[in-house]
Design a protein around this ligand. Structure first.
Ligand code: 4NP
Length: 158
């Protein structure tokens, strides 16, 4: 079982979108049995809330369901996951600061798995913008999640 956690700030926009997109791609590949997929936020302001309605609506237009309730990324999550994928550099650095020295997980930017992305490329925060920001998040997550799945399939012989 390969475990993957997507991490943004609030866990209501970007990381639930990445989680839903990755679930969708994994299911399409017939690999659901091989994965545990989750998401979390580095901040807890929205803990307990469902995904932002704008994120859910944008995903639904592409046939992707978002699920789950927001939660903070906890220290124990460094032990629970093989891949911890941050949406931007701020969240990546926040995770790296907290990670135990001997953490077994790989902590990286989600878009580092997108061969067409620049180094350090982010999935930008759509929270304070319009609907087009949520469409952009979906495009970026689709592209990066394809690369992520291809990487994991190679690395784990799936
Ligand atoms: P997310 O978006 O990190 O993609 O879930 C945000 C959600 C809430 C806030 C910021 C970003 N906020 O400031 O409340």
């Amino acid at each position: 079982m390969v475990s993957v956690c997507f991490v943004c700030l609030g866990n209501i926009c970007r990381s639930p979108t990445a989680e839903g997109v990755f679930r969708h791609i994994v299911r399409r590949a017939g690999l659901e049995h091989a994965f545990f997929i989750d998401s979390a936020g580095t901040a807890a302001y929205h803990a307990g809330e469902p995904p932002d309605v704008r994120a859910s609506a944008a995903a639904k237009r592409r046939g992707i369901e978002l699920s789950g309730r927001a939660r903070r990324f906890e220290d124990v999550d460094f032990e629970r996951f093989d891949y911890v994928l941050a949406m931007d550099l701020e969240n990546l650095r926040s995770l790296q600061r907290r990670a135990p020295k001997r953490a077994r997980c790989r902590i990286a930017l989600l878009r580092s798995f997108d061969p067409s992305a620049e180094p350090n490329a982010a999935v930008p925060d759509p929270y304070y913008g319009g609907d087009e920001g949520f469409e952009h998040v979906l495009d970026l997550c689709l592209s990066a999640c394809e690369g992520l799945l291809a990487h994991i399939r190679r690395e784990h012989g799936l």
